[in-house]
Write a protein that binds this ligand. Structure first.
Ligand SMILES: Cc1cc2nc3c(=O)[nH]c(=O)nc-3n(C[C@H](O)[C@H](O)[C@H](O)COP(=O)(O)OP(=O)(O)OC[C@H]3O[C@@H](n4cnc5c(N)ncnc54)[C@H](O)[C@@H]3O)c2cc1C
Length: 354
């Protein structure tokens, strides 16, 4: 049984800040699968139902309606919520379909739009808004958009891309001026751990799970954005807030719940679309001390590699998905690769694989 608070069929959130906002992806295309497929798969879907208690002792979750549902095994996949910014309680935030609908209404009116935060959501919203004819101001505390993940070089490049599309980028803003509505805030997200917290599950900026999605309570698993999971690959616990990890880790946890000895031990990967640029990133957002560029920086396709103590830890490509996919395999297999090989576009990264 799959219980979810939102009234919709399960849907893919990434479109909400891209094609769905732009109007090129219809509502129906958001659904993960049509309703009848859940029936065919033997999944009972209970949408529009909020769980208020995980009921660990009685092995029965409690719904808001007071109904209880017994379970033998439980998986908590409550995801993330948009981080709320103090002083911006009335702003627009983007996490759910209803939020995207509200934003679309703003775009219809071709208004001036203020975007607070130049992370992925802020950048994507700014890109769509400007493509839809709004005049857009972006306000960001860091010196560049996506600074923490991509670093100053790619950040500066993206800032220029937005400026070239007419977006005003206010970067390194320490104190925000009074902003006229409408304001969209994209200030990151926080794991929705309230239920897990009340149930006494071990937490640390996310529900703590091992590489099989097991929480601190027997029979209780967790998957997706809400988890901080042990990565056998990186030998640390990591939290990832991206689609492909939520999906792949979710698959692994589902298999474990069904009795397999699977583990999730993959290099995370995600993408972002802004204007005609497709940015892809492979890696876990770990620290780096050196970057290496393949291609001509600023002229897509090109890729920035991030290395730490000589080891490749991440790759971010602009319109260069083959390179990122191959770099991901290099990292997955911890294959040795030199700086020169990374920089040389003629060197096929697959040659570094055993
Ligand atoms: C606008 C937007 C754009 C994005 N774009 C990208 C992208 O381009 N690339 C990328 O890699 N990632 C992207 N992401 C991130 C990606 O969507 C998430 O990583 C992914 O949705 C996480 O899946 P999840 O199932 O763990 O959590 P969620 O998708 O957050 O789902 C959790 C569900 O649990 C429900 N829930 C919570 N509490 C309860 C409760 N008490 N009772 C019942 N149900 C409950 C919620 O209502 C929600 O439906 C984007 C996210 C957003 C919001």
């Amino acid at each position: 049984m799959l219980v979810g608070a939102e009234p919709e069929l399960p849907y893919e959130r990434p479109h909400l800040s891209k094609g769905y906002l732009l109007g090129t992806v219809s509502r129906v295309r958001l659904w993960l699968r049509p309703a009848e497929q859940y029936r065919e798969l033997g999944v009972e879907l209970r949408v529009g139902e909020r769980v208020v208690d995980l009921g660990l002792e009685r092995h029965a979750v409690v719904l808001e309606s007071n109904e209880t549902i017994n379970w033998d095994l439980l998986c908590v996949a409550t995801g993330s919520a948009a981080r709320r910014l103090a002083g911006f309680e009335d702003a627009l935030y983007l996490r759910e379909l209803a939020d995207a609908d509200a934003l679309r209404a703003v775009f219809e009116r071709r208004e001036r739009l203020n975007v607070v935060g130049a992370g992925f959501i802020g950048c994507e919203v700014a890109a769509v808004a400007s493509q839809r004819g709004c005049s857009v101001n972006v306000h960001e505390v860091f010196a560049q958009p996506l600074f923490r993940v991509l670093g100053p070089e790619l950040g500066a490049y993206l800032a220029e891309v937005h400026r070239a599309h007419g977006v005003e980028m206010h970067l390194g803003v320490t104190a925000l001026p009074a902003l006229d509505a409408p304001v969209v805030v994209g200030a990151g997200s926080t794991p929705r751990t309230e239920l897990a917290d009340r149930a006494g599950l071990a937490l640390e900026g996310g529900i703590l799970v091992d590489e099989r999605g097991r929480t601190s309570a027997p029979g209780v698993f967790a998957a997706g954005d809400v988890t901080r999971f042990w990565s056998p690959l990186y030998k640390v616990r990591i939290r990832v807030e991206h689609f492909q990890t939520a999906q792949r880790q979710g698959f692994a946890v589902g298999r474990v719940m069904a009795g397999s000895a699977d583990v999730y031990a993959e290099v995370p990967w995600f993408w972002s679309d802004q204007y005609d640029l497709n940015l892809q990133y492979a890696g876990a957002g770990l620290d780096w001390d050196e970057i290496v560029v393949r291609g001509t920086f600023g002229q897509p396709p090109f890729t920035v590699f991030y290395a730490n103590a000589g080891e490749l830890v991440a790759a971010a490509g602009v319109n260069d998905h083959h390179t990122v996919a191959r770099a991901r395999r290099v990292m997955q297999e911890r294959a040795r690769i030199t700086r020169d090989q990374l920089a040389d576009p003629r060197f096929d990264l697959r040659r570094a694989l055993a």
